[in-house]
Design a protein around this ligand. Structure first.
Ligand code: F0G
Length: 357
């Protein structure tokens, strides 16, 4: 007996806005449709009680990051076009996502990672999904250069965001934000690494404005980490550094389009320090019950910076994109909050003493 069921995934939902046809074989893991959760404590904590703040929890995608939105489309199109193998350079999340979708599609997957700078959970994912992992003695920018060179001389499809389908898939997050809020936010705050995601959101918001679904589009406020802030400084950074290893990138691939998104939206690409990122990261956990990875917290860190400087007015409707799941980077979580984990006797009396009851 044939079972009929509702198909999941964002290609099915947003097919009319994506470069697919009835012939495209859809490879999905049920990505998209992530929660938009309103902050209840942070606005008051910051002293801006009239701020309407929402978090887009992209860490709830199937591999724990927003990359799945682009990967469902990139891998579906790779299969449609007859690819047998895919390749990416990655700070971790792209590799996890590429490995998962490639496996589902029956494609080989090669990932080039900067040795020593990939969070533990992301590495575990790529291993678990069965990618061929190659750690290089170089950073992400070098890995991406190598991927481009390899793809020019070997039959592998690049699934980094230089693959045009990636950003097309990722733009669906903007549609979801609008659908959840019933309008566009005034400001969208987002981390910037290779600078693809800010462009993808801008494409999505622009399309909804063009279609008359919204009357306007938000201002795009993107945030690089200070030690990797190539766009802010106006020149590539040879040795980028930051605690947010996901955005440890010194020569963003989507640089020009990101600057255009900033200009067209009347927004601002700015830098936040590692201390600001970590403060926001901790605040999300302790005040809102949200565990994102450090790089993701650059969006909240940036919002706080722009509220303080007056660039974002205190009564605004703001969405902060939290790009990846905190479980991917257990090391940083354990490092930034020091707790006493020495065991107590398994009896009531010592337990009550420790709990101060
Ligand atoms: N947040 C997280 C958690 C990321 O993994 C990335 C990028 C970004 C933000 C920045 O997004 O590059 O579109 O500006 N990670 C890539 C990777 C580089 O390889 O996983 P972007």
């Amino acid at each position: 007996m044939q079972t009929t069921y509702k198909k999941s995934g964002l290609i099915e939902k947003y097919r009319q806005h994506l470069p697919v046809t009835a012939a495209t074989p859809v490879v999905t893991l049920g990505e998209g449709n992530t929660p938009l959760v309103q902050a209840v404590n942070i606005p008051k904590l910051l002293g801006y009680p009239n701020l309407e703040l929402f978090f887009k929890l992209e860490g709830l995608n199937p591999t724990g990051s927003f990359k799945d939105r682009g990967m469902t489309l990139a891998i579906s199109k790779a299969v449609e076009e007859g690819a047998k193998a895919v390749i990416c350079a990655s700070t971790g999340n792209t590799s996890a996502s590429a490995a998962a979708f490639a496996t589902k599609a029956g494609l080989r997957c090669y990932v080039l990672l900067p040795h020593g700078y990939v969070a533990l959970g992301k590495l575990a994912q790529a291993i678990h999904y069965g990618a061929q992992i190659i750690a290089i003695k170089g950073n992400f920018d070098r890995a991406l250069d190598l991927v481009r060179e390899l793809a020019a001389v070997t039959p592998v499809t690049v699934v980094n965001s230089i693959n045009p389908y990636r950003l097309e898939g990722q733009k669906t997050a903007a549609f979801e934000v609008v659908e959840h809020l019933g309008r566009q936010p005034d400001y969208l705050c987002i981390p910037v690494g290779n600078a693809g995601n800010i462009c993808a959101y801008w494409r999505g918001f622009k399309l909804y404005r063009e279609l008359g679904i919204t009357s306007d589009a938000p201002r795009m406020h993107g945030f690089e980490a200070e030690g990797s802030a190539a766009i802010v400084r106006g020149e590539p950074i040879k040795n980028p550094e930051t605690i947010g290893t996901a955005i440890r990138i010194g020569n963003p691939a989507s640089w020009q389009e990101a600057v255009q998104a900033q200009q067209e939206s009347n927004g601002k690409i700015d830098a936040v320090t590692d201390d600001e990122i970590l403060a926001a990261y901790k605040m999300l956990g302790s005040a809102e019950g949200i565990f994102c990875e450090p790089s993701s917290a650059a969006s909240l860190a940036g919002l706080i910076k722009h509220l303080k400087s007056g660039l974002i007015p205190p009564h605004s409707l703001v969405t902060c994109v939290l790009t990846g799941n905190g479980l991917k980077d257990p090391d940083t979580a354990q490092k930034v909050t020091v707790v006493d984990l020495s065991p107590v006797e398994a009896d009531l009396a010592p337990l009550k003493k420790v709990m101060a009851l």
